[in-house]
Design a protein around this ligand. Structure first.
Ligand code: KG4
Ligand code: ZN
Length: 335
């Protein structure tokens, strides 16, 4: 079955073609316009999606070497995300589904992140623990099966990517800040300053990053500008280490609690080299396998939307009618 996936929930316009769950093409257009504002500007994001949706879908079809007439279903992100951005993808997907008279399948973006590693590792079978870390989300899931999930923990304030972006801004680094902090941390001392590891004790599976952010701010205020410049890599590495310790500990505790031997990571922050390294190393000591997508599938992409939509259709015949609307706060519902 040939499906076309469309993703426009935030600042990536993406389209992908899957044949029976196997990826045939994956096109991602990351909007660069937000760089100058230091964060995603929702109104600009929708306008950029409008400009690029047709060329992006065209390229996805061309690279997969298929014509629109051969596509048998359209999968599109229904939420969560920015309402105006979602609306562009959904409206476009609906018009394609209507004109081609084929099913349309609305997909939850977070559920899709949970299945992104499966592209490259088809041997991954549930149950597994999924840690989704991005600019908008920090969630720990128990995945019992396709369509059967339990939310174990989530952030009580900032998402982890948001914390990376805010600290990067304080350190005068470019947006998005995560990759910049990742790069700088490689030459920094992670033990230069011990920042707090919020909620790490007592088995609480929820996350909180605003205290850590405030603590970095206070620490920076205690330094001169020259000291900050001189110690920038050490500060970045110390902040990143606090994040790593928190994420690794909570994820492994959850795997222990549920007696699960597989962990998957998803979302833009899972591209972080320090997180990947430490998660793998600590999990290995416990005999747990860790699966992390390549960067292309960590960040927002339509391949994961196409795959998840295809599975929903194949496994339990899910399809939407043409009346559904974007849902910025969409929750995962079990089948
Ligand atoms: O999943 P994503 O592409 O978009 C959503 O937020 O849904 O994630 C973007 C986030 C940004 O906050 C960015 O700073 C962060 O992922 N990020 C990273 C790295 N690469 C991207 N954070 C830490 N280390 C990285 N290497
Ligand atoms: Zn995402």
């Amino acid at each position: 079955m040939l499906v076309l996936g469309i993703e426009t929930s935030c600042d990536e316009t993406a389209a992908a073609v899957c044949s029976n769950g196997e990826l045939r093409s994956n096109i991602i257009n990351t909007q660069l316009i937000h760089k100058e504002f230091g964060g995603v500007v929702p109104e600009l994001a929708s306008r950029e999606h409008l400009k690029s949706i047709i060329p992006v879908v065209d390229r996805a079809l061309k690279e997969a070497d298929v014509s629109l007439n051969e596509i048998e279903a359209i999968c599109v992100t229904k939420g969560p995300g920015l309402v105006g951005s979602l609306l562009v993808g959904i409206s476009f997907a609906k018009s394609l589904a209507f004109s081609q008279n084929i099913p349309i399948i609305g997909v939850n973006h977070i559920e899709a992140h949970l299945w992104a590693p499966v592209f490259e590792n088809p041997e991954i079978e549930p149950p597994f623990i999924g840690l989704i870390i991005s600019g908008g989300h920090t969630q720990l899931w128990s995945v019992r099966d396709f369509g059967d999930y339990e939310l174990i923990g989530q952030t009580l304030d900032d998402a982890v990517g948001e914390a990376f972006d805010k600290i990067a801004k304080m350190l005068d680094l470019d947006y998005p800040g995560g990759p910049e902090i990742d790069r700088l941390s490689k030459s920094g001392d992670p033990e230069y300053h011990k920042f707090p590891r919020p909620h790490i004790k007592g088995g609480n599976p929820d996350f909180s990053f605003s205290g850590l952010k405030t603590s970095v701010l206070y620490f920076l205020n205690s330094l001169t500008k020259d000291q900050i410049i001189e110690r920038r890599a050490d500060i970045a590495a110390s902040f990143q280490q606090a994040v790593i310790d928190t994420l690794v500990r909570k994820t492994l505790d959850t795997a222990d609690k549920f007696e699960v031997k597989k962990i998957i990571l998803g979302g833009g922050v899972s591209a972080n080299s320090g997180i990947k390294h430490q998660m793998r190393e600590s999990a290995e000591e416990k005999g747990i396998d860790v699966y992390i997508p390549t960067t292309e599938f960590c960040t927002d992409n339509a391949a994961m939307i196409a795959y998840t939509g295809y599975r929903k259709f194949r496994d339990y015949g899910y399809r939407d009618n043409l009346e559904f609307s974007p849902d910025p706060g969409l929750k995962i519902v079990n089948n």
